[in-house]
Structures are given as C-alpha cells and as structure tokens.
Design a protein around this ligand. Structure first.
Ligand SMILES: [Zn+2]
Length: 474
C-alpha cells in the first residue's frame, strides 16, 4: 500500500526546500487516506462482529468476565455479555475459544520519528516515519499513544486526518514541540523546529500560547540538569509555562529525574511527572502533595533498563515478537559480543541498574499510597526504546516492581485514558466505547508476558494485523 517513492527520496529538510516538502507531505497524506478508505470498504460487508467465548479483562480492574460475547458495531462496542448471549442478526461471528480480550494499550509517554536507519537523527521527523511508527505501535496492540514532545508541526495534520477516520496507526495525541532549555536538556539531535527553548518567562508564555493555538493536547517541559552537567530549567521559566498552560486549559507534563525537582514542580502546579523519580526514594512530602493535587506519575522503566538490558541477552530477544520490532542491523548490533562488552565496561551501566532498582521501589511506594499511576515507556526516543515491544516489556517491569498483572494493565488502559482525558471513549471495554482491544491466546493475569500472545487487534473497530500474530491450532 505504501508508495515506492517515499518522502525520504525527496530532500526533506532545509528551509530552501520547505515549500516543496510541505506540498509533498500533503499529497502523500492524501494518498494514504485514499488507500485506507479503499481498504476499509473492502472488508466492510458486515458492520457487526461478535467475538464469542472470550475472557474479558475490561480495564477497570474488576474480575474478568468468562465465556463472554463482545459485539463490535462500526467503530464502537455494542455489547459485552456473559455466556449464551443472543447474537445480533447479520453479525459476523468469530469464535475465539477461551482467548482473552483486553483494552488496547495506551502509551502516555512515547515519541515519534526521532530515529532513522537505527540512529537518532535531526532529519528523521518526516510524515513517512511518523506513520510507520504509529503503525508499528498499533500492530503491537498499542492503540493510542501520546507523543510527548519533539514533534514537528506536520504531526497536527496527521492527527486531524486520523480524527476524520482517514489515517490508520495508533491514535495519536501530541505535546507538539515541547519546551527545553537553551544549550541544555533535552540533548537529542533534533531539527530547530522540533523544540522551543525559551530564555525568559515572557518567551515561555509565548511558546505555550503558540502550542495552544495549534491545539496541542498537553505541554511538555524538560527539568533536568543531566547529572549536573547542564543548567536545569529555572523555576521562573517553568512557573510561567505552568501558569500560562493552565490559563489555556492545557496540562503540563514534566521530564524529571530528581526528587527535589519533582517536589518543586508538584508544588508549582505540574500535572504529570513523566518519568520515575530516580535519585532518591520518594517521601511522604511528595506523596501528600501529589495526592492533594491529583498529580499523575508515569514510571518509565524502559528508559533506564534499555541502556543495558540487551547486553544481558534476555530470553525475550529470541522471540519473533521482539525481533519483528527492530531493524535487522540494530538486532545484530544488540546481540553482538562487542555490544555486551561495551555495556559492561561503561561506567554509567551501574547507575542505570541502580536507577531501575529505584524505579521499582518508588513505583511500589507511590502506587500503594494511592497516587494516580499511568503508563509510559519513552519508546521512540532512542533506538533501544522500541515502539510496540517496549510497552509489553514495561508491563512486565511494573509487575516485577510489585504490582499485580491486573494493576499494571489498569495503569496502561483505564488510568491512561483518564490521564489523557479520553476516558469517555477509550481505555475500558464498555458498551458505547471505541472498539480498541487486543485478543490474546494466553491469560495475562496468570503471566503478564501473555500480553505478547496477540491473536488479533481491533482499533476503532477496524481489524489490525498484529506484527507477530500468534497462530493457534483451532
Ligand atoms: Zn520522552
């Protein structure tokens, strides 16, 4: 379905070519929208599909319904009923023989198109790469994702086309460009039009207003001294951002590392802490402030673990589910002895391992204290944070930190829908909600890694081919 001539074949960056590039993007998006419309009409003879004999984990945390029937009509769920429900006339019936249905995963901290040819690149942010990554997320059952900053403005028309049902891929929400610090965080190679770096509170307010005019879904700020090597965002700047964003009815999510920054931000009104607190155990002061203000916490084990985990050759690296998610050259590199040696000799590896231990401790403490916990990975920010695969690994990490599989699943579904403000339509399996769901051969409540046993996926009622489908003898 993809055109053979991709936008990558056209000189895609540099202001000289900007006009031509934007025109090309528009044509290409129109082409994709047309091919999707054709694909949808081709498999639309029956608007009603009944999934029978399924276990339903509905995302609310309550006991699963066994031997149920889920009826999908158009893009939404028509009904979910226990055994022996009468089927609507004309329904296409698919007997799933005891498979498990759960809501599509929602990633509230991901990124798009920051990587080309297995490397971070300032020229990677093209519509083609955005679409490819949204499709990768979707083909792993991540049906919704928030691209938390570093987006070029071309993401806005893509989001719009999705809303009009003209483009596939994971449903995207965006923090637009986001707000970093001049000469400091974030340190990734990006184009100048992927991030604002205001130097004064006045500039900070102006860039928030600019993103509000484009209807960004949330505002992202980076508050991190990068190990004391760079100036962090000053409180005057982030207070201006938070105040202006709230004036514009936008919430603010902060990249953080340090407990002290987390506390200051929470006290200054931030809405989401978008990474784990990693330097110290969280304390009662932070817990009380987060609960009082209803601040969300998104642990991102993937960030810290991805620096070293592949060097240990974990069993998951043998799975097609993993291999299908990354380019062969990257797989070869991560599997090599040189890579293992490099990681084991890297002085920062011990720190990353200590960070994961702190992530575990802090997640368990905050969850048990009743702080709102969401779900994210930072996948897409670096080649080793792998869209689609990392979300399933993150669930396993949360369970290793002491959450039950059900608790981890609820964080990644209902809770994240609430975090994004879309709980009326997504995040749980209830009549009237969007038909976003994954059908699994195994029961993830018995073993969280069974979220990887994907038989099929529905997104907005549309059937999506899994990247690595489980084929079971029936
Ligand atoms: Zn990030």
């Amino acid at each position: 379905m993809l055109p053979h001539t991709s936008p990558g074949d056209v000189p895609s960056l540099g202001s000289r070519r900007a006009k031509g590039r934007w025109a090309w993007t528009a044509i290409w998006l129109a082409y994709l929208a047309a091919s999707l419309a054709v694909a949808q009409s081709a498999d639309a003879p029956s608007r009603i599909t009944a999934l029978t004999h399924v276990r339903v984990i509905d995302g609310t945390g309550r006991t699963p319904l066994e031997d149920a029937t889920v009826v999908i009509e158009g893009n939404h769920i028509r009904s979910i009923q226990g055994g022996g429900a009468a089927l609507p006339a004309g329904a296409r019936v698919l007997d799933f023989h005891g498979d498990t249905v759960m809501p599509g995963l929602i990633n509230a901290h991901g990124h798009l198109a920051l990587i080309a040819d297995g490397k971070n690149s300032a020229t990677a942010y093209t519509a083609e790469n955005v679409l490819a990554e949204l499709r990768q997320y979707e083909s792993y059952g991540v049906t919704t994702m928030l691209s938390l900053g570093l987006n070029r403005d071309l993401l806005y028309p893509i989001r719009q086309q999705q809303r009009e049902g003209k483009l596939d891929g994971a449903t995207v929400f965006t923090a637009g460009r986001g707000i970093g610090v001049p000469g400091a965080a974030p340190g990734l190679p990006i184009a100048p039009d992927q991030l604002y770096r205001p130097a004064t509170p006045e500039e900070a307010r102006a860039v928030v207003d600019a993103m509000a005019r484009q209807h960004a879904d949330i505002v992202k700020i980076w508050v991190d001294s990068l190990g004391g090597t760079k100036p962090s965002m000053s409180p005057e700047i982030y207070r201006a951002v938070i105040e202006e964003a709230h004036k514009q009815h936008l919430r603010v999510a902060a990249h953080i590392y340090y407990l002290a920054d987390a506390k200051s931000l929470v006290n200054d009104g931030v809405d989401v802490l978008a990474h784990s607190v990693r330097d110290k155990p969280v304390d009662q002061e932070l817990i009380s402030a987060m609960k009082r203000r209803g601040v969300w916490y998104i642990p991102t084990f993937t960030v810290d673990e991805s620096f070293y985990i592949y060097a240990q050759h974990p069993g998951f690296m043998q799975l097609d589910f993993f291999k299908a998610a990354l380019p062969p050259t990257l797989l070869t590199m991560l599997s090599s002895d040189e890579y293992s040696q490099k990681v084991s000799h890297d002085p920062s590896t011990a720190q990353h391992q200590a960070d994961v231990a702190m992530d575990q401790k802090n997640l368990k403490t905050l969850y048990d204290a009743g702080v709102h916990v969401g779900f994210g990975t930072d996948s897409g920010a670096m080649p080793v944070r792998i869209p689609g695969f990392s979300e399933h690994r993150e669930l396993e990490d949360m369970v290793q930190a002491g959450l039950t599989p059900m608790q981890a699943i609820v964080c990644a579904t209902r809770n994240n829908a609430a975090l994004l403000g879309i709980e009326a339509t997504r995040g749980t399996l209830r009549p009237g909600k969007r038909a976003d769901m994954i059908v699994l051969a195994g029961n993830p409540l018995n073993d969280i890694t069974n979220t990887r046993s994907i038989v099929t996926i529905y997104h907005d009622g549309r059937s999506v081919t899994p990247r690595d489908p489980v084929v079971t003898a029936r």
